[in-house]
Design a protein around this ligand. Sequence first.
Ligand code: NAD
Length: 509
Amino acid sequence: MSATPAASIDTAKVLGHFINGVDVADTNRPAPVNDPATGEITKYVAMAASETVAAAIDAAEAAFPAWRNTPPAKRAKVMFKFKQLLEEHADEIVAAITSEHGKVLDDAMGEFLRGVEVVDYACGIPEMLKGEYSKNVGPAIDSWSEFQPLGVVAGITPFNFPAMVPMWMYPMAIACGNTFILKPSEKDPTAPMLCARLLQEAGLPDGVFNLVNGDKEAVDALLNDARVQAVSFVGSTPIAEYIYTTGTKNGKRVQALGGAKNHAVVMPDADIDNAVNALIGAAYGSCGERCMAISVAVCVGDETADEVVRMMQERLSKLKVGNGTDTSNDMGPLITKAHHDKVRDYINIGVEEGADLVVDGRSLVVDGHEDGFFLGPCLFDNVTQDMRIYQEEIFGPVLCVVRAESEEQAMQLIDSHEYGNGTCIFTRDGEAARYFADNIKVGMVGINVPLPVPVAYHSFGGWKRSLFGDLFAYGPDSVRFYTRRKTITQRWPSGGVRESAQFSFPSHS
Ligand code: NAD
């Protein structure tokens, strides 16, 4: 998205930043924000200069000592209140998601509620920070491990879940006692800004949570400032790798979640009717713009593939595509014109590569929304491993059917793919399902569950080039990511006992 000259736009329509508890106006390099259903520019968003990011880091650094020493139960109280406010403002936030992302309102509500579940989890922070204690590890010696906050931490998030993905990060980071800077996607910045203001209303002290809008300049300012202790990133794999490499080189703790190509295996014994419905929701929901979207269906046996393709063709013809504000629609538009064109190009590439385009959504026009970024559902059959449409993440309403001869062959395909975010298997055979779940090289696995997105009290992450770093997002891993272990060993000599110097290494023998 290119920046627009500030002189030609209404500066009142430029979204700025939220730093140290106040809205900060800014018209630096404003970038347009679209309603993808109409193609209209509805507002602009400022691209923070590095000095603006430095001001946010100053605020977060200044707020850290007091917040670190705030009792966890008091921090939890802010989270309880925040959750209540989020629920009260749900419709407003969800409407903002739909108007800037394009997804259907019900789907936007689903993402929002999954984010709120992480806030729910963060309300239990006192329990999670209790640490570990051992009495008498030696004569009159006690030892404990505690989990201390890191300091200023940052989150950089993608366009496809503008409310939920930031909530994978900041509720737990803040509850653990850190101060936070969020750099959300410049494509749909309103929902995270609404949440920022609610955090303040919930009683969060100024400076504990800050939001800077921007692009690479803002991200680089966060990566290069030594005061930022850790960075959580979610987005595409090339940027995830860049964030991880640069951040770790600069001494930061980094978790960087990247792209995906999620395969669903359909076994011959599966309940095909249910599997096809599950595939349709998982492949085309949110227009395929989900990192857990199923983009490859590996059908085991030609008969299975033929039946899946036949049923999909029939059902996809009834799928309703239109403005996300109309909840009778199944699918909204893609995020931007540029992304729409990129997905369309992939469909053309698939045809050139020789895959069979059995459902072609390229000619779809939504009445009254001729300038919207719509694309109908597309289904390719006979896709092979060497094709770009198989290898690369398309991130649109495109499902590739690959034919395999056995479960083993289907698993080899998945294991040799560069991504390893999510996968699932449809089968009635417990042994096949168990073998699949146990051996597949993917971070999140579903058994007859097409979108196995872990609930808030588990953790989310992929394997291979879908995640750079060691720890998953939210859940128990987030406590580990946003804290630093310290182990303390103490002895209080009693009765004036004098001890001689000990030269051998202390042990129990
Ligand atoms: P993106 O990588 O383009 O952008 C993500 C963030 O990085 C944004 O905040 C953006 O401003 C910033 N950014 C973009 N280019 C940058 C650069 N050159 N240098 C520094 N920062 C930069 O991703 P996107 O298009 O917003 O989101 C879609 C991608 O995110 C898909 O690949 C999808 O699979 C992935 N995703 C992954 C997960 C997961 O959990 N693994 C979840 C959601 C989305």
